[in-house]
Design a binder for this molecule. Sequence first.
Ligand code: EPU
Length: 354
Amino acid sequence: MLAGTGALVRSAVPLAELTTLRVGGPATVADCATTESLVATVRALDAAEVPVLLVAGGSNLLVSDDDVASVVVRIATEGVEFGAGSVTAEAGANWDGVVAASVRAGFGGLECLSGIPGSAGATPVQNVGAYGVEVDRLLRRVRLLDRATGEIDWVTPDTLAFGYRTSRLKHSDAAVVLAVEFTLHPDGTSAPLRYRELAQRLGAAEGETRPAAAVRETVLGLRAGKGMVLDPADHDTWSAGSFFTNPVVPDAEVDRVLAAIRDRLGDVPVPTYPGVGGVKFSAGWLIERAGFAKGFPGPDAPARLSTKHTLALTNRGDATTADIVALARTVRDGVAEGFGVVLVPEPVTVGVEL
Ligand code: EPU
C-alpha cells in the first residue's frame, strides 16, 4: 500500500521510543523524510481507509500501552529557510532548532518559545505558548494538506480559530500541517516581555524588549529550573510538558471557586490571570494546594509529579501509559474535590481516556 510513497515502513515499533513521556505500545510506523512522501503516504492510507496517527516530536501525546490500531505516520521533514523577515519550517523540523537558528540569524520574535519540545508543525495545532507569547501572534501562514480533498494550500491564521492551547487543527484529523511560516523582527529585538518572572530576570519593565539572544538564554534557564527542557538524564523532563491546561473558570463560577479555596486554605493569595470569558487559574497551584506535592506520590512510584513542577506528570524510567493515566485521574479528581475545578488534559490521547 505504501510502495512508491517514499516512506520507510517499520513494524512493531514501541511508541515509547517516539514520545517524550516515553510510554506507548507498538505500532507500524511509516517514516516520511520529505514533504512529498508525507503527502503521498497520508493520501495512500486515506484512500485505503487505514486509520492514521500523525507523530512528529511526540511531546504532546499519550498513547495506550496496547497495540496501536493506526499506522503511525512519522513526520521527519527537517527543512528550515529564512527570508528577509521570516522563517519557513517544514512540519517535522525540531521546534527549538528553529528558534535557535532564528536567534542566531539575528531575528527576534520567537525567543520566548525557546526550549519547548516537539516539532514546528505542531506549534499551530495547539497554539503553543510560553512566557507571554503564543505562536498565533507571529504566524504568517500554515501549509495544510486537506485530507478530504487531497488539496495542498497555504492558509492564514484568521482561518484557524486560535485560542488558549487550541485551534481548529486540534482534536481533528481533517488536515495535516506540512509547513509553517513566521514573521520575525529583522532587528533582532525580542517580542515585548509580558511575563513578570522573565522581565524581572532581565531587569526589564513589562512590555519592554531586549536582544532576542539574551531573552532566549533566560527563558532556557527558567524552563530548565522547572524541568521543562528535555534532558535524557533527568526524569523530571520525561513528560508531556504541562499535563493539564490552566482552567478558565467562567465569571459566574469564580466566587464559588474562591470560596472553596478559602474554605480549605484560609485567606491565601491566589494566582489568577484574565482569561477569555472568565478567570484563568493556575493548574500547578491548584494541584499543589489540593495536596499533591512536587514528586507525588513518592520516590518508588513509576509515574510521579515532577519534583520541580506539579503540572508535569513524569515517567521515572519504567512507567506505562496506565501508570500515567492513573496518576492523572488521582490528581484531576483531587483538584475537583478540593476546589470544584475539573482540569482538562493538554496532550492528545490515543486509545486511552481519563
Ligand atoms: N505553581 C505551583 N506549584 C508548582 C508550579 C507552579 O504552585 O509546582 C504555581 C505558582 O503559583 C506559579 C504558577 O503556578 O506562579 C504558574 O506556574 P508557571 O509559571 O510555571 O506556569 P504554568 O501556568 O504552570 C504555563 C504553561 C507552560 C509555559 C509556562 C510559562 C500551560 C498549561 N502551561 O505553565 O507551557 O511554559 O506557563 O509561560 O499553559 C505546556 O503547555 O506544556 C507548557 C509547559
